[in-house]
Design a protein around this ligand. Structure first.
Ligand code: SF4
Ligand code: SF4
Length: 293
């Protein structure tokens, strides 16, 4: 099965679970435990699709001391099908029989990036569904996903959904996940035609390729075009989270035409600046693959 087919099969499985599994609220309890003593320890860290959010990439690349581009190149794949509106990298699993996650080392106790593991790894066995605008009035809910061979459900430990979220350190990830979701569901993207390749490249750079975005800000004519205070420039140089906030703001301006940036020369039209910065970004960013059929 190709990467794309595997992603689609996984999406179908998750949709089926969402449709059929009992819906949990934050205060509902469930029995589950995972620790190095379980017989299946590490089995779920192989041959699995771990979709990475921009915040996952930020945490992992800093953990590993790599640039975002090095991390994406070395540790991710980027299948991009017609059904996807936006590209979403997956962890590149190993080529051994188990197709193990590159961060798994059972001799070293399991996940070697545990404190910075991705949202999806923290959440399991919980899934989360947030109804879209079409289901106005429906509340978000959690549900349990039981993977084949997972004996964690036989453990006696019980916890509420809220306790799991806090205990796994999911809150920061949820906060950034919501910021990214707001960007990805912007009405421009739902109402207008899809982003062209140059716009897509800009979007990818401002979300996943943060170190390229930083170079774009400081090594192009960006600061001649936009008013960015000295204090903010200092923050953007050193603080990846501040840079990501700024990048999301910039994408709203440059791609969606929102008044989220201040232009240096007020006599220049926003649209002129948008076109010029997209050209610059194309030079600075790396290529996002063409959609496959
Ligand atoms: S399969 Fe389940 S119990 Fe086993 S290591 Fe993974 S999460 Fe833990
Ligand atoms: S990042 Fe860690 S927890 Fe997630 S699949 Fe890889 S080894 Fe397992």
């Amino acid at each position: 099965m190709s990467d794309e087919e595997a992603v689609k099969a996984r999406a179908r499985f998750e949709q089926q679970v969402i449709d059929e599994a009992p819906r949990l609220k934050r205060e509902d309890s469930f029995a589950f435990g995972c620790h190095p003593g379980v017989a299946c320890f590490g089995d779920c860290c192989g041959d699995v699709n771990i979709v990475l959010t921009p915040y996952d990439v930020l945490r992992l690349k800093n953990r590993l001391g790599m640039s975002s581009e090095e991390f994406l190149e070395q540790h991710t794949i980027l299948p991009f099908s017609k059904e996807q509106r936006l590209p979403a990298p997956l962890i590149r699993m190993g080529e051994n029989d188990q197709k193990s996650c590159p961060f798994l080392n059972l001799d070293a106790g399991g996940c070697t990036v545990y404190e910075d593991r991705p949202w999806a790894c923290r959440m399991y066995p919980l899934g989360y569904a947030k109804p879209g605008e079409a289901q106005a009035g429906e509340e978000a809910f959690w549900f349990l996903m039981e993977e084949k061979g997972c004996v964690g459900f036989q453990e006696k430990t019980t916890q509420t959904v809220g306790e799991w979220i806090t205990g796994q350190g999911i809150e920061d990830y949820d906060e950034w996940g919501e910021k990214y979701r707001q960007l990805a569901v912007d009405d421009y993207l739902s109402k207008e035609s899809e982003l062209n390749p140059q716009q897509m490249q800009m979007f990818f750079m401002g979300t996943y390729e943060l170190d390229s975005f930083r170079r774009f800000v400081f090594e192009s004519s960006f600061l001649d075009r936009f008013a960015v205070s000295e204090d903010e420039q200092v923050r953007l140089k050193d603080d990846d989270e501040a840079l990501m906030e700024f990048a999301f703001r910039f994408l709203r301006f440059s791609l969606f035409g929102k008044p989220t940036m201040t232009i240096q020369d007020a006599t220049i039209q926003d649209a002129t600046i948008q076109d010029a910065t997209i050209q610059d970004a194309t030079i600075n960013g790396s290529a996002v693959p063409e959609r496959t059929k």
